[in-house]
Design a protein around this ligand. Structure first.
Ligand code: EPS
Length: 355
């Protein structure tokens, strides 16, 4: 059984939507828990005034009845409250009446580091907005909603996932300083998953490798430029005798430099991954660029943006890891009904006698 995820939605369009396939029937979802994760994503230090406009809440259009999944595609919607200011600019059909609100004038000043230049070249757009709207990290809201669903599924087999910012105190100072300089900053987040049994993922093909899947999921998040599993890059400068986690007679380890994954398979220790986020590309003191309308030297687009979104990334990365682990667990334990999934997990834990 494979979990599938499809999404659509622009940053200032009417809504973000996601369709989740492959969930078992009978999983209880808690609307407050999903909304709490959506709120966590919005709350981070250094976010833009946009977050005062948005009140992210999940709506379910299909796949759920009285709080329990039906085993059919689960359709989730998160509305963009800000769309009311963009109804002409982001209208799906040719708008009627005089242009009004935001997004009425074409954007022609691409920002270094954003999707702007490569996006318009690739798709043949004249208005950079046609590229930036979907590239925006606003899109991560529905991934967080999906992650909350994944966490509910993982909880039924005792797996929990938690994201955090690495060096949060230092980061807040850096954000204050960058804001004063009208600049932006990035940072590093870490996600830890507890309770994963040995045997999620596989060495059989590279697509099956849990570390590869987690790296893909994390690198797929906007602004992520680096991913590590366990001690990652630091392992390269250690000797083998220092780098590997010795196996005790109870089959557990005293160290966890591998981050809970060996040869693409979870080994029963805590799963630990990190993602590095670049500084955000919308700068109040903009960098050099080109005006695509005239071909002349120019400076990049300046518009409302975040100084940092690293705390949001911690929540988004947690969701991404939860989604991948839930996918790996679905592949290992299957089941159309939740009780089949839980029973298969229990039987496996019994077979390997894992504590
Ligand atoms: C983003 C630009 C900003 C962010 C947005 C991501 O949007 P706006 O231009 O509307 O202020 O606030 O993130 C969100 C709206 C969100 O909910 O995370 C970008 O260019 O990626």
């Amino acid at each position: 059984m494979k979990l599938t995820f499809a999404s659509a939605g622009e940053s200032h369009g009417p809504a973000l939507v996601a369709i989740l396939g492959g969930l078992p029937a009978g999983l209880t979802l808690d609307r407050e828990a999903i909304d709490a994760d959506l709120k966590r994503r919005q709350e981070g230090y250094g976010r833009s005034p946009r977050q005062q406009i948005e009140q992210d809440r999940v709506e379910v259009l299909a796949g759920l009845r009285h709080g329990r999944t039906l085993g059919t595609p689960l359709a989730l919607v998160v509305r963009n409250v800000d769309h009311k200011n963009w109804t002409w600019g982001m209208a799906p059909w040719a708008p009627e009446g005089e242009p009004s609100g935001k997004g009425t004038k074409p954007v022609t000043l691409p920002r270094p580091g954003h999707a702007d230049l490569a996006g318009v070249l690739k798709y043949g757009h004249e208005d950079v907005r046609n590229a930036l709207e979907r590239a925006s990290a606003r899109h991560t809201a529905v991934h967080v909603a999906a992650g909350a669903v994944a966490k509910a599924l993982l909880a039924t087999i005792g797996i929990s996932v938690q994201g955090s910012v690495v060096d949060e105190d230092g980061l807040r100072t850096a954000i204050d300083e960058a804001r004063a300089d009208r600049d932006t900053v990035g940072g590093v987040v870490e996600v830890r998953a507890d309770g994963a049994p040995p045997g999620l993922g596989s060495y059989a093909t590279k697509d099956d490798r849990l570390d590869a899947r987690l790296a893909f999921a994390l690198m797929g998040i906007q602004a992520v430029k680096g991913v590590e599993v366990g001690d990652g890059f630091a392992l390269a400068s250690l000797r083998g005798s220092q780098a590997h986690d010795e196996i005790r007679s109870d089959r557990r380890r005293d160290t966890n430099r591998a981050g809970g994954i060996e040869a693409g398979i979870s080994n029963g220790e805590q799963i630990v991954v990190r993602a590095a986020m670049k500084p955000l590309p919308t700068l109040m003191k903009p960098l050099r660029s080109v005006d695509l309308a005239t071909g002349e030297d120019a400076t990049a687009l300046v518009e409302r943006s975040d100084v940092a979104a690293v705390e949001a990334l911690a929540v988004v990365a947690e969701a991404a890891v939860a989604w991948e682990l839930a996918g790996a667990a679905r592949e290992k334990f299957g089941g159309d009904a939740l009780e089949d999934f839980v029973a298969a997990h229990a039987a496996y834990i019994e077979r390997i006698r894992w504590r």
